[in-house]
Design a protein around this ligand. Structure first.
Ligand SMILES: [Zn+2]
Length: 405
């Protein structure tokens, strides 16, 4: 069975690399006439070079983590880590927690240099990076603290449920994880985001008036509209919608407000309200919880086979080793689900664009989309296969065609 596990890791890496390569070649193609004049010769060259550098970094980090994973699997490193913790601690719950915790720290340390290079070398070179070293490390520290304080207890509860109710654990574990995800869906923007960013209400002025007028026309109550200091980390512009019911929130990055005209900002906001009105956010949330249920059910069923642990070289079966093997074996299914989720997400994006064009105006929606894409040096001619596997938003050409002129 170890051959199958290593095979999945290798095939996944090859698939990702082939897609990257196809996409990079495709980026040199002549663009559709709709977007042909968005980049001048210099801009096009810059976008190509940026894409190539990001691709190279991804390939190197992917190759290194794949190689390390294969070594760990074939050399019994996971079993050694497991027996190391077993010698220190008696409680099997704590052994699982420390195993998963130490493995996450090791994998963060492996990806750390690539993250630093991406931010401080590549993003900086193309003028995107605004992150200081201080922000970078305080982000990492806060991220770590959050995973220990939030992730730790949830994980401990899941393992405890497994030890207490092996057969029906998956249902209880899913109920717990779903309850947490509902809470985060409702309040995550309010509770977690402020740890990393400053959210301020949109100041009074012509922009706020234009936004209020549009929201009134849609019967959308504008209680939670915030401007986020995205410029602390990057010059790239963005906006998003979160929550539901009374907790629904729209966040506009300050970089978006800086770069777009007032009409374009209202169009972007209309797109976000479209996601809400068309019930995309709620539907995606429910769909992801159903997928989690299926995954927990499969996990619960798989955990009865001790071979999942033994294949990694351990003598005794454990929750963490079996779960590790399970999630590697699950990769093909995850990739397949990713294809479906991405395709639904892209369809929703087009529907939200249409909503904005219909309820507000076409022209500023088009120009906002073009500006956001070119400003981030986006590849205007991505490969269709790469889009299928990786894009949650359709390529610019599809979006412009959909909005129409
Ligand atoms: Zn959207």
């Amino acid at each position: 069975m170890i051959e199958i596990i290593v095979g999945i890791i290798v095939i996944t890496f090859i698939l990702e690399s082939v897609l990257d390569e196809l996409n990079q070649r495709s980026s040199a193609k002549e663009p559709d006439p709709l977007v042909a004049d968005l980049y001048d010769r210099k801009g096009k060259a810059k976008s190509l070079a940026y894409g190539a550098e990001r691709l190279q970094l991804g390939l190197i980090s992917g190759a290194i983590s794949t190689a390390l994973m294969i070594l760990a699997l074939t050399q019994g490193w996971f079993a050694s880590l497991d027996s190391f913790w077993r010698e220190q601690i008696d409680s099997s719950l704590l052994v699982s927690l420390f195993f998963i915790g130490s493995l996450s720290i090791i994998s963060s340390l492996i990806s750390l240099p690539f993250g630093i290079y991406g931010t401080f070398v590549i993003e900086a070179k193309y003028g995107f990076n605004k992150t200081t070293w201080k922000t970078y490390f305080s982000d990492s520290a806060k991220g770590l603290a959050l995973s220990v304080l939030l992730g730790g207890p949830i994980l401990a509860a899941v393992i405890w449920l497994y030890q207490e109710f092996a057969g029906s654990f998956w249902l209880f574990a899913w109920l717990l994880v779903s309850a947490v995800s509902v809470f985060m869906f409702m309040f995550g923007t309010k509770l977690i985001l402020p740890l990393f960013n400053k959210l301020t209400p949109l100041p009074d002025g012509t922009l706020k008036l234009a936004i209020s007028k549009y929201c009134e026309s849609q019967g959308y109550s504008l209680k939670n509209l915030f401007v986020m200091d995205g410029s602390r980390r990057s010059t790239k512009a963005n906006a998003f919608f979160s929550g539901m019911g009374r907790s629904k929130t729209i966040v506009l990055f300050d970089t978006l407000i800086e770069k777009l005209s007032e009409k374009e900002i209202v169009a972007v906001l209309a797109h976000e309200i479209g996601h809400y009105k068309l019930r995309h956010t709620a539907a995606m949330f429910i769909a992801s919880n159903i997928q989690t249920l299926a995954i927990f059910a499969l996990l619960g069923w798989s955990l009865q086979y001790d071979d999942l642990s033994k294949v990694l070289g351990a003598d005794t079966a454990s929750f963490h080793l079996s779960a590790l093997t399970f999630f590697i074996l699950l990769t093909p299914l995850q990739i397949f689900l990713g294809l479906i989720n991405n395709s639904i997400s892209r369809r929703n994006e087009l529907a939200a664009d249409t909503f904005a064009a219909k309820t507000y105006q076409r022209a500023p929606m088009r120009s906002a989309l073009s500006k956001i894409s070119t400003d981030s040096l986006a590849n205007l001619t991505p490969h269709p296969l790469y889009v299928a596997f990786n894009y949650t938003h359709p390529p610019l050409v599809s979006r412009l065609k959909n909005v129409g002129s």
